[in-house]
Ligand binder design. Structure first.
Ligand SMILES: [Zn+2]
Length: 343
């Protein structure tokens, strides 16, 4: 059966773009990642062309003509405004000076002559997790997603929609200050974050937090540990594997991360009271015994009222590789039907 219309979802990453196609019946037409290089380091001109290449790639793979596309969903790492203007102070993924204050959403819309709906990557992944869990009931539920990667991303979904906030900065979970009482070890320095704060969620629950704060401290408690012989960046990435093997230093680090995430969800419970607390990122891809232990630790440190505990669940974000592109496509789909009432 020929499709009548589709939307496309594009996930703009530091090295690759991942694309997908969502049809008018709400079905994804691609089961796997469809990737092209993103070339973001070479500046906006090349990168916008690569996003166009990604559109052409997914249309080619699905044999859908460009004339059937009604909207494009786009995500990228932040910080960016709700409308997709990259921070004027620059952003980790957008080092080229041409990116500062650049309107990535507007530039792609102009290039393609199509509406482009922008979300940051954490919000897009949160939207996807929400839709996978609730399907057609998505509009009746709320969720919070915390995704542990290089930083701590995520987002808030209410009634099936991303909460963006006045400046596009709602759901910046990584920079919520977390009480550190009873969390830090003896003489452990207050962890610092790239945002300038000390003791926020990302300063502990992120790969950067491991590298800059947790590992340097715990190596002083486990002198002669194998990880002390490696460069900090390389050692930080290996901590998860040590955790899977039950290494004490690694378990101390992941315990601190789990407490932090539990405390973050406790704040979310009081602020937002969602139906589901999603946890995603590297730890979800870890060996199942370790993943289950970590999730149980997060649960044990999430303080919910009795009524909330009955109504809510804490669970894992599925298919993270494709979550950005698929969440972006869902955002474009929802936008299109809200504009034209086509369903
Ligand atoms: Zn921060």
């Amino acid at each position: 059966m020929p499709v009548d219309w589709v939307v496309i979802g594009l996930d703009n990453g530091g090295t690759m773009n991942n694309g997908t196609v969502l049809d008018s019946g709400g079905q994804f037409l691609l089961e796997r990642m469809a990737e092209v290089p993103s070339n973001v380091r070479e500046g906006p001109d090349k990168a916008i062309q690569c996003l166009v290449d990604s559109v052409e790639q997914v249309l080619g793979l699905t044999s859908v003509p460009m004339t059937s596309v009604r909207a494009i969903g786009l995500d990228s790492p932040g910080p960016a405004t709700a409308d997709g203007v990259i921070s004027s102070k620059g952003a980790t993924n957008f080092g080229d000076a041409g990116w500062r204050g650049f309107d990535i959403r507007g530039a792609l819309a102009e290039r393609l002559g199509l509406p482009v709906i922008y979300n940051n990557d954490g919000n897009a992944a949160a939207l996807y997790a929400h839709h996978v869990r609730f399907g057609k009931e998505a509009g009746r539920h709320s969720s919070v997603s915390a995704i542990v990667g290089t930083g701590l991303g995520g987002g808030l979904i209410e009634a099936g929609r991303v909460i963006k906030g006045a400046a596009g900065m709602a759901g910046e979970l990584g920079h919520v200050p977390i009480p550190m009482d009873g969390l830090l070890g003896p003489a452990q320095p207050m962890p610092g974050c790239n945002c300038g704060q000390r003791g926020d969620a990302e300063s502990v629950a992120s790969l950067t937090g491991i590298q800059n704060n947790l590992l340097p401290y715990w190596l002083t408690r486990y002198e002669g540990h194998e990880l002390s012989k490696l460069p900090a960046g390389q050692a930080a990435k290996l901590v998860r594997r040590y955790g899977e093997e039950g290494d004490e230093l690694a378990m101390a680090i992941f315990t601190q991360q789990a407490i932090t995430l539990g405390r973050l969800f406790t704040i979310a419970a009081n602020f937002f009271d969602p139906s589901v607390y999603f946890l995603g990122g590297g730890v979800v891809e870890a060996a199942s015994h370790f993943r289950d232990w970590f999730l149980a630790e997060v649960r044990a440190n999430t303080v919910l009222r009795e009524e909330q505990a009955r109504a809510a669940q804490i669970s894992l974000v599925p298919d993270l590789d494709m979550a950005g592109a698929r969440g972006s496509a869902i955002a474009a789909f929802d936008w299109f039907i809200s504009q034209y009432h086509v369903i």
